[in-house]
Design a binder for this molecule. Sequence first.
Ligand code: ADP
Ligand code: MG
Length: 487
Amino acid sequence: MLGKISPYFINSVETKKSDNYIEQIENFKKLLYLTDDIFFQTDLEGRFKWINQALKDFLRQSEEQISGKEIFAFIHPEDKSSVRELMQSILPYEKSSALELRFLRPDGDYCFFECRLSLDPQRESYYFAASDISERKIYQEELLRLESIIEASLDGIYAIDCEGRIQSWNKAAEKIFGFSKDEIIGQTIHLLAFPDQREEMDNLINIIRRGETYSYETIRQKKDGETVAVFITLAPIRDSSGEVLGSSAVARDITSHRRLEKEIAQLDKLNTIVELASVISHEVRNPMTTVKGFLQLLYHKIKDKVFREYFEIMIEEMDRVNSILQEFNTIGKKHKESTRMRHNLKTIIKSMAPLLEADAVSQGKTIKFLLRETPDLMVDGNEIRQLILNLTRNALEAMEPNGSVLIKTFVENGQVILAVQDFGKGIAESDLEKLGTPFFTTKESGTGLGLYVCYEIAQRHEAQIKVNTGPKGTTFSVIFPQHAILP
Ligand code: ADP
Ligand code: MG
């Protein structure tokens, strides 16, 4: 009888030579009565031969009620085949691998058990041992749920131990920092830092060790060397006794926020400039004209050659200030009503010719006009003058001395077009998208506002500005909308 019990039962109990078998069996039964784990014996078909108290309690049935019934009546339909397979494959003296299966509770629900079995050497009985793992299953499912939330998060979420080593790493973290899970697990957080951030990282590890919660904004180095701006929150991870095991980190990519903030700051700067420019152009130009007039007057009276040169410089400088003022003359008017009237591009350009030519000559360059007849437009004359002036200035500045700028007007596809063409070195591909951004300039003493003003004026007129550029030069075309054309 005892021989029918699987050998590992015998090994675990000290046998005394004097004990008789019956007593030993009773001892086993007592032990099996005490445990919450389920033990039972079946025949080769799986019919119950004996069950322990725990199983009786679980099924709420007596041994008599159960005896002769098949275990399969109490097993979840989906688990039956794996139990059968295990029963068929097991050899005597062998302890089977653990199998997860669901037993039917009297209330109709199923409970998860981890089950092992063995076959007695006579091949007459199976012995089953099963422990209730429902709680573990609930934890497991909870864990899976949390895991899928973490994986789906747009924030990078990772765990760091007290040595600063990264222990988990979600998908968003892969995306934000560029390192895959395999590459980063086990590495320290220093891998994410720029070389000059060593101290910051050591500091963070101390914060983690102290079990503090900490939020901060910083930059990190991505795998490809790029910079990413992040907002990181650290929160301690503790074991059940409260000891700090490390920290969780949630990193949010705020690179685009930063960029936006910078842009807003620039706009603020621009607003200040706009106000300043309108004050300057209104208040400073008149006294400047007076000063320049007197300078010119005195210049003619002075005989001393050196002093005359000084006066020349003063007058030139006055002109330079004046021309800068001219460039943003209309910025301040942005919020005011623009006064649109019937204008013809050709007339406007002709009236500006002396000013434009003077500009060109002072740089040793020339301007050519190719003005085809175009219909009248409903536009703000001052603004269009400003537009032409700024485009022409840029065109002149783009060329070496002796170069020539071409100003053209024509009609194409029923639209009136103003084009300013130069034969300079063109605009770098990388600079193209920055054109018209306030303060973007590649010139040493540039303001970076000329084109911004042009784009503003064009926008207010619903006109389009197209740029055609290459190593042989650049053409800025202003395409006026059809509805601006007057009959
Ligand atoms: P600024 O002339 O003060 O630099 P702008 O807003 O007028 O400011 O022009 C911005 C930049 O655009 C210039 O610095 C230059 O790099 C580029 N740019 C504009 N027009 C031309 C052009 N015709 N040829 C080459 N580059 C140009
Ligand atoms: Mg300019």
